[in-house]
Design a protein around this ligand. Structure first.
Ligand SMILES: Cc1cc2nc3c(=O)[nH]c(=O)nc-3n(C[C@H](O)[C@H](O)[C@H](O)COP(=O)(O)OP(=O)(O)OC[C@H]3O[C@@H](n4cnc5c(N)ncnc54)[C@H](O)[C@@H]3O)c2cc1C
Length: 472
């Protein structure tokens, strides 16, 4: 595997490329996990590809996840073995191609009820078996004493012991930036703050994507034979631009997280709460020197760009985590909170173009509009491969090789932080701000605080004076 080397990405050069009248082999709408994964895949196959993102890379759902690269214990409980197996395979691929971004993490499930440990040990043992040679560590019983040692801060009263298993953690925004840099290093043109506004059709297919530079108002007409719709929960708004005949493909569910002080649970391991009162699992995960608690699952009829946790979600998360912690956190202990919107695949009569049932599906409509719906961060690479393969089969792309992305190393981040303080130092460091604006397309202070560092996700009370060059 050859490392891909990041290159400078001046906006004037990128927008200059969007101005070129030559045909793009593919245009991608959306710069989250799905769109950026597709950009890497298409570029790695040697094709000419442009990606437009109306905000910052990853600023939609892709910076607001629980930050786990996992098979999904929840899907195992639902009996969805194929999805778990696929995600575990991808977990191993991502650990190989992005070793600086994906790290193994031990999870401990505390057990209070009689017989609970045996059931969990069996279920999580199956999880580990499904991983096969890609296992990150053995699933095992833990005594009460060991459990208290691995997740200090867990409620002691009634604790019988625990079960330990392994999964992986990553920084979602850092991964998004790395994918963008990798795609650009492979020859893609991926630009943030450029919104797709119109799709122009000729002879029953889309001929041009009309996009607008959000900063300057300049308009670009991107001629192409293949349009990937990777707009996440906004997928149906893009389909509407192409006047597709069928109904919506996605439904929206909000998931919220709280960030608490680390003192509520010290130690290196994460805690999995196997069953909350709404029947879901809940994670309490060490993250950059803080504790990430999530998530909720609340259906929504709308899809705002910057969703916020509702008061009932905050109350639910505090109550559910508090039931398993010796010290119960309250609202005053919340350092930061954030919400993301899950794009869930709606039951549709429209024929699926690629295989589904693995949590994602690919649809081709309006001649050459390839929409990707559902999925998760863990499977972004596989989703991208499926989408591009579907476009190839439909002869929307020029002849190209099979996807090589299992072997494409992603551009590593410039440093591996341990805590919010590391980020605070960087935002005051001119060299870092230079990297963020010249190599990582940061355009605003918010880009730096929320996605080139994670300060705004870790502690909303801190402020810094950093401003990237060219910031608005
Ligand atoms: C609460 C929560 C927790 C999760 N936790 C995990 C986890 O731990 N592990 C895991 O594997 N997965 C997790 N997921 C799932 C994962 O985060 C999502 O599946 C993934 O981020 C979706 O990426 P996307 O690119 O499809 O959507 P998005 O990230 O939303 O990207 C779509 C992009 O399209 C852009 N866009 C929309 N309209 C236009 C337009 N007109 N022009 C240009 N751009 C446009 C948007 O600005 C947006 O950036 C979680 C999801 C949620 C909600």
């Amino acid at each position: 595997m050859q490392p891909v080397v990041a290159r400078p990405l001046p906006r004037s050069v990128l927008t200059g490329q969007l101005r070129e009248p030559a045909l793009w082999d593919a245009v991608i709408i959306g710069g989250g996990a799905t769109g950026l994964g597709i950009a890497v895949d298409v570029a790695a196959r040697g094709l000419r590809v442009a990606l437009v993102e109306r905000g910052d890379f990853g600023s939609g759902t892709s910076s607001r996840s629980t930050k786990l690269i996992h098979g999904g214990v929840r899907y195992l409980a639902q009996g969805n073995i194929a999805l778990v197996r696929e995600a575990l395979t991808e977990r191993a691929v991502l650990a190989r191609i992005a070793p600086a971004l994906v790290r193994p993490l031990e999870f401990v499930v505390p057990c209070y009820g009689r017989g609970e440990r045996a059931i969990l040990r069996t279920g999580l043992g199956v999880y580990d078996l499904l991983a096969g040679s890609a296992s990150l560590g053995p699933t095992r019983w833990m005594t009460r004493r060991e459990t208290l040692a691995r997740i200090p801060g867990v409620r002691e009263q009634g604790l019988r012991g625990g079960v330990s298993y392994w999964d992986a953690q990553f920084d979602d925004a850092a991964m998004a930036i790395s994918l963008m840099q990798t795609a650009c290093a492979l020859g893609a043109t991926a630009v943030n703050y450029v919104a797709c506004e119109e799709l122009v059709s000729r002879d029953g297919r889309i001929a041009e994507v009309l996009a607008r530079d959000v900063e300057t108002g300049e308009r670009f007409a991107l001629k192409t034979g293949c349009v990937f719709n990777a707009a996440g929960v906004w997928v149906d708004a893009i389909r509407a631009l192409a006047c597709t005949a069928d109904g919506p493909l996605a439904t929206v569910s909000q998931g919220s997280h709280l960030v608490l002080d680390r003192r509520f649970m010290t130690g290196d391991a994460a805690m999995l709460i196997p069953r909350t009162c709404d029947g879901r699992v809940l994670f309490v995960v060490p993250w950059y020197g803080a504790l990430l608690v999530g998530t909720t699952d609340v259906p929504r009829a709308d899809a705002p760009f910057d969703p916020r946790p509702a008061a009932v979600e905050v109350e639910f998360l505090l109550r559910s985590a508090g039931a398993y912690l010796a010290a119960r956190p309250d609202e005053g202990d919340v350092r930061a909170s954030f919400s993301g919107l899950r794009p869930l695949l709606r039951g549709s009569t429209l024929r699926r173009t690629a295989r589904i049932s693995r949590g994602h599906a690919v649809f081709i409509e309006a001649g050459n509009l390839v929409s990707v719906v559902g999925g998760k961060w863990t499977t972004y690479r596989r989703m991208a491969q499926d989408a591009v393969d579907a476009a190839r089969r439909a002869r929307l792309l020029p002849a190209s090789p099979e996807s090589p992305t299992r072997e494409v190393l992603l551009v590593p981040p410039p440093f591996v932080p341990a805590s919010a303080d590391d980020f605070r130092e960087r935002v005051a460091d001119a060299a870092f701000i230079g990297w963020a604006s010249n190599f990582a397309q940061a355009r605003t202070l918010d880009d730096i605080r929320a996605r080139r560092t994670r300060l705004d996700f870790l502690d909303t009370s801190s402020t810094t004076p950093a401003t990237p060059s060219g910031a608005r």
